[in-house]
Design a protein around this ligand. Structure first.
Ligand SMILES: Cc1cc2nc3c(=O)[nH]c(=O)nc-3n(C[C@H](O)[C@H](O)[C@H](O)COP(=O)(O)OP(=O)(O)OC[C@H]3O[C@@H](n4cnc5c(N)ncnc54)[C@H](O)[C@@H]3O)c2cc1C
Length: 373
């Protein structure tokens, strides 16, 4: 195997998955992460069956399943939690691969980080790539700590506000606000909550999803046409008010919310960078290239799939230029369809379209998701 030297910028889900996939193949990988404290903030993360399939490919599924929670059913409920439709999904993604699950984001991060470190990852935290000098066959990097490096391939996995994207495509479109805000909060899991449930409220859609034996998380999507800034100190009070119309387990979790609760509010922004997502020997993956909304629980899955496809192509021994072109052929359409479908689903929610119409689009997206990456 040709031993390329590879730099990964960003130690989130996409950067870590790429690191693991390439280290599994025996590549030499360096990773830089901007944050000194290399951790993941946030509440719960939903994974669908394709994400679970991708976790299995990079070898972390067993750990994810034992630290998280998985299931094969999901329910659509009215605002008080009365089940209107229950769908049971078999293991359509393969034996032992659950169609749906949840995990706390920091727990997933720790699993992936420890796997990468155990494979011999060379990581520097608190460091960014201050400048990238692109050449035909290599990229020269000056790091923020003053050190320098030369790489056959640089992978920008630095998220929605990617500095790498800005450096290689200064005129790239900026992420677009979708008109919705997303709330998440973690709370205790009552023993009877064993699956995810989506509650259709009069104005908003909310839901619950178990993330471990002890905990579940609540999510709420709200139309916020003016994209207000909400002071984090007000998050508990604001979220409680927005959940006022819900009953069932959502009402019970709402009553636990206070200043110490793990709550996250984010305006939803998306991006599909026009292809190609590489310039000479610098490639963008994950949210840096295609950022989606949480509607089908797949942003993380798409980032992990990017890692898998790239590793597969490099593992086949293709020359780098050919591998990058083949990567685009495999990834662009799938990612673009998921992002545009998710945005459409959000728009149906904003428009308060009939439940049947929202479910039909959701089913369409899930059949696309089931196809191999
Ligand atoms: C509100 C919300 C809820 C979501 N819920 C889900 C869900 O339930 N399920 C799901 O699958 N997806 C979900 N997503 C999407 C998912 O979080 C992302 O798609 C996924 O995290 C993308 O991974 P990434 O590695 O590309 O980026 P990130 O996870 O953002 O990681 C980027 C990393 O790069 C680092 N970094 C940034 N800039 C630099 C720099 N200049 N130099 C070095 N390092 C840098 C950051 O510190 C970070 O560690 C959600 C997104 C949002 C906004």
């Amino acid at each position: 195997m040709d031993q390329h030297s590879i730099l990964i910028i960003g130690g989130g889900i996409g950067g870590l998955a790429t690191t693991i996939a390439l280290l599994n193949l025996g590549y030499k990988v360096e990773l830089i992460e901007r944050e000194i404290e290399w951790t993941a903030l946030g509440a719960g993360l939903t994974f669908n069956g394709a994400t679970a399939r991708a976790f299995r490919t990079i070898g972390v599924l067993d750990e994810v399943l034992s630290a998280g929670f998985s299931h094969g059913t999901s329910s659509i409920c009215d605002k008080d939690g009365r089940v209107m439709v229950e769908s049971s999904n078999e293991e359509v993604y393969g034996p032992g691969i659950p169609p749906m699950g949840g995990i706390l984001r920091p727990v997933l991060h720790d699993i992936m980080k420890h796997r990468a470190l155990s494979l011999g990852l060379n990581v520097r935290t608190g460091v960014t790539a201050q400048s990238l000098e692109l050449n035909e066959n290599r990229t020269d990097v000056i790091f923020s700590d003053g050190s320098v490096g030369r790489y056959d391939l640089v992978i920008g996995a630095d998220g929605l506000r990617s500095q790498t994207r800005q450096q290689i495509f200064p005129d790239a479109p900026r992420p677009t606000f979708t008109g919705q805000g997303s709330w998440r909060a973690v709370g205790p899991r009552p023993s009877e909550v064993k699956t995810s449930a989506l509650y259709f409220g009069t104005e908003f859609k909310a839901g619950i999803n178990p993330v471990s034996q002890e905990e579940m998380y609540l999510f709420l999507l709200v139309a916020e046409p003016n994209n207000p800034w909400i002071d984090p100190a007000d998050w508990p009070r604001t979220l409680r008010a927005k959940l006022a119309g819900f009953g069932g387990h959502i009402a019970a979790l709402r009553e636990t919310l206070g200043p110490d609760s793990r709550i996250v509010y984010r305006p939803l922004e998306t991006l599909v960078l026009p292809g190609p997502w590489f310039r000479q020997r610098v490639l963008l993956i994950g949210d840096a290239a295609h950022a989606t909304t949480p509607h089908v629980g797949y942003g993380a899955g798409l980032a992990v799939e990017d890692a898998i496809v790239l590793a597969e192509l490099l593992g086949e021994g293709l020359p780098l230029d050919a591998a990058l072109r083949a990567f685009m052929q495999r990834r662009y359409q799938r990612c673009a369809k998921i992002v545009s479908g998710s945005v459409k689903l959000g728009q149906l929610e904003i428009d308060q379209a009939p439940v049947a119409q929202q479910r039909a689009l959701s089913r369409e997206l899930f059949s696309l998701i089931q196809e191999p990456a």
